[in-house]
Design a protein around this ligand. Structure first.
Ligand SMILES: [Zn+2]
Length: 411
């Protein structure tokens, strides 16, 4: 089986052709979900799938399924896919790689005349990025039952247009009910979007799961006062408290590094005036860890250290957790197949935890799911400079091919 070789040049050319749709001047891509450019990217992909003999169907969230029949139609399909939408200043690999790697697998099997028992499917998930319509991964979320269909279709962009209206406008509001499809297994290939594989000289990252996350809004309330007549010892400076909190958040992350991440990314200072001691500061906290229990420990540490700091400085601290996403653990059998495939091909591999969300994180709730990463240059993504090597792009697709054939049973 390991002698079936995917065509790296053809995959590379498909990526380059897809990247012409929404191409930006600095070599990136802007293909916002359900825009005319997203439609053009979808049309190109669907055309390629039909040329490869696949039957294409679209569900009510605009998710695209391109099916290559198996010899046993009763078996659930073994599927792979990702997304074709991008950030406003996105790269040419984020999402498109996972979609086009699937297409290359179908083309390779066609070239060699090989059939599988189970059908194979390539999937494009709608609005993964969450850039035009929040939240991210909305359509795979509806598919997995995390959100209901009406919620998904009624999300609006900044201009007030809904996902449902825009799907209808570009002709991708399909008839298929969302989420009724059962996959035998689902795989996704993606660029890492971080530096670990490149730094360690590893070709294939076997993704064990994704980090648990908690997001907070924190408000520090002190007392506004004149910056001149108010002695240092009598102050209740909310910004001083917020500054100490930033140091505490960093400590919480550092103490459990490298597994943990802890970030203050947003801050608003009131009244934000040069000669007034700040009375009220609002800031965000983002805590992440691959283990739910360790994240709960970080949560307790955050609350204790911020409240301790507050009473020391005479400040009121309110900590509001606004979002919690538990850790994702991908399917053991799928992970095993991916490891075996990489080993069989003699590729370097290591286990890795995804710091970012992916459609696979939701699909994992309804189907056995596995994911691989390939290195991206400098660990950079969501950036026009995003880049990956032809060697790694090819190697990842080859791993995906072997893993899918293992689950779909090559005849
Ligand atoms: Zn992506």
């Amino acid at each position: 089986m390991k002698d079936i070789r995917i065509n790296g040049d053809r995959l590379w050319n498909s990526l380059a052709t897809m990247a012409t749709i929404g191409a930006t001047r600095r070599g990136g891509v802007c293909r916002l979900a359900l825009s005319d450019l997203d439609k053009a990217g979808r049309d190109l992909f669907v055309g390629w799938c039909r040329d490869a003999g696949c039957v294409v169907s679209v569900d009510q969230m605009g998710n695209i399924f391109a099916r290559r029949d198996g010899l046993d139609p009763a078996r659930p399909p073994v599927a792979t896919g990702s997304h074709l939408d991008s950030q406003p200043t996105g790269g040419r690999f984020d999402g498109a790689y996972g979609v086009l790697a699937g297409l290359e697998i179908i083309r390779t099997l066609n070239d060699s005349g090989l059939r599988t028992q189970a059908p194979l499917e390539m999937v494009v998930w709608t609005n993964e990025e969450g850039s035009r319509f929040a939240p991210a991964m909305i359509a795979s979320g509806v598919f997995a039952g995390v959100f209901d269909l009406n919620y998904g279709l009624s999300r609006t962009d900044a201009a007030g247009k809904t996902i449902g209206e825009e799907l209808a406008r570009i002709g991708y509001g399909g008839a298929l009910p969302v989420g009724q499809r059962k996959f035998g297994a689902f795989f996704e290939a993606h660029i890492e979007q971080g530096p670990i594989l490149e730094e360690s000289g590893t070709t294939i990252g076997i993704v064990s799961g994704a980090q648990a996350q908690r997001w907070y809004d924190v408000t520090v309330t002190g007392q506004e006062a004149h910056a001149g007549p108010t002695p240092m010892k009598r102050r209740h400076d909310a910004l001083l408290g917020a500054a100490r909190a930033v140091v505490e958040v960093n400590r919480i992350g550092m103490e459990l590094s490298p597994a943990a991440c802890a970030t203050v990314g947003f801050m608003s200072v009131g009244p934000n005036s040069r000669n007034t001691i700040p009375g009220r500061v609002l800031f965000s906290v983002d805590l992440r860890h691959p283990d739910d229990g360790m994240l709960a420990t970080m949560d307790a540490d955050l609350r204790a250290s911020l409240h301790g700091m507050g009473s020391e400085l005479g400040l009121t601290i309110s900590i509001d957790q606004i979002w919690h996403s538990p850790a994702v653990n991908f399917d053991g059998a799928c992970i095993g197949t991916l490891r075996e495939a990489a080993a069989q091909l003699g590729l370097s591999q290591r286990d890795i935890v995804s710091g970012a969300g992916h459609d696979s994180c939701y699909i994992n709730r309804v189907a056995p799911t596995g994911m691989i990463f390939i290195p991206c240059q400098g660990g950079v993504s969501h950036n026009e400079a995003e880049s990956a090597s032809k060697h790694d792009v090819t190697a990842g697709a080859q791993v995906l091919l072997l893993a899918m054939l293992r689950h779909a049973d090559l005849v």
